[in-house]
Write a protein that binds this ligand. Structure first.
Ligand SMILES: NC(=O)c1ccc[n+]([C@@H]2O[C@H](COP(=O)([O-])OP(=O)(O)OC[C@H]3O[C@@H](n4cnc5c(N)ncnc54)[C@H](OP(=O)(O)O)[C@@H]3O)[C@@H](O)[C@H]2O)c1
Length: 260
């Protein structure tokens, strides 16, 4: 995810001389170094210059590694630096405990379409974050796609369940539609091609249109037609809306449990 953000920052025009990467595995582990030889890659936070005053520090490490990494960046907390964390499940309080109570921390939850600049990232600021620090974080996450703010951090569990985990639900839809096509007698390769093109094409249409999803659905549903016959099954009491409600409830609960 850190690599996807870096790619997006370069695409936005951020200069490699304005970025420092800390990556224990060194330059070879950072994809963009061949294209951007001026990019600095350090292997440990202790190598950061003593007079360094970054606008933002982005934490993009695994949750289980965070406690061993974040405290090394506490010295920047008093200099106006904003800390932006994309670490799933790590609360603003957890992070501030590692950086000190004055640290300006923004927590964000991106999703995997960030890899192609088509993600959505939800951001939640700590009380200590000022307007210009919020702007910096929004610009940084906009490199991965759309952005949205929440003010109640408790909503991050539901955000995780909807957009964080959501791409998997859409991939499952493509898989299930292909399997249903095979069951209806199509060759597997054709069924998979139809399902994939339908899911990605419908997603692109939804993105291009100003009308809501429900209107687009109604527009392709003729009374007494084939789509209506399928939707009567999908929209039954035990159909897709009820299944997704239960799935999102389960993911929200899991997110709460993981955060402890
Ligand atoms: N992937 C997603 O779709 C997604 C979505 C939302 C949120 N997130 C969050 O994003 C974070 C990163 O996820 P990921 O999937 O990108 O994991 P990842 O591929 O394992 O990336 C973690 C990176 O952190 C590096 N790292 C390890 N120790 C470090 C240190 N001391 N200082 C600096 N960097 C260090 C790792 O380097 P090595 O490889 O050398 O160990 C690796 O490059 C996670 O907290 C995850 O919860 C991910």
């Amino acid at each position: 995810m850190g690599g996807a953000l870096l790619k997006g920052w370069f695409a936005q025009g951020l200069s490699p001389v304005d970025i420092m990467i800390v990556e224990p595995a060194g330059r070879a582990a950072v994809e963009s170094t061949d294209e951007h030889p001026a990019l600095s890659v350090l292997t440990d936070a202790s190598e950061l210059p003593s007079d360094f005053t970054p606008d933002a520090i982005v934490f993009a490490v695994k949750p289980q590694a965070a406690a061993g990494i974040i405290p090394a960046y506490a010295r920047f907390a008093e200099g106006g630096t904003v800390y932006l964390s994309i670490i799933a499940g790590l609360s603003l309080k957890n992070i501030q405990e590692m950086l000190g109570p004055k640290a300006a921390v923004v927590r964000s939850m991106p999703n995997t379409p960030a890899a192609i600049g088509r993600g959505i990232s939800v951001l939640c600021p700590a009380d200590s974050v000022g307007p210009s620090q919020k702007r910096v974080c929004k610009v940084l996450m906009a490199a991965a796609g759309q952005t949205a703010w929440i003010t109640d951090e408790a909503d991050m569990d539901a955000v995780t369940a909807v957009s964080g985990s959501g791409p998997a639900y859409v991939f499952l839809l493509a898989e299930a539609l292909a399997e249903a096509g095979i069951a209806a007698g199509l060759e597997p390769a054709l069924a998979e091609q139809l399902a994939q093109a339908t899911v990605s094409g419908a997603g692109a249409l939804l993105d291009a249109e100003t009308k809501p999803a429900g209107t687009l659905r109604e527009n392709v549903t003729s009374p007494g037609g084939t789509t209506e016959a399928a939707l009567q099954i999908l929209m039954a009491d035990d159909g897709l809306p009820s299944l997704l409600t239960r799935a999102v409830e389960a993911a929200t609960q899991r997110s709460k449990d993981l955060a402890g």
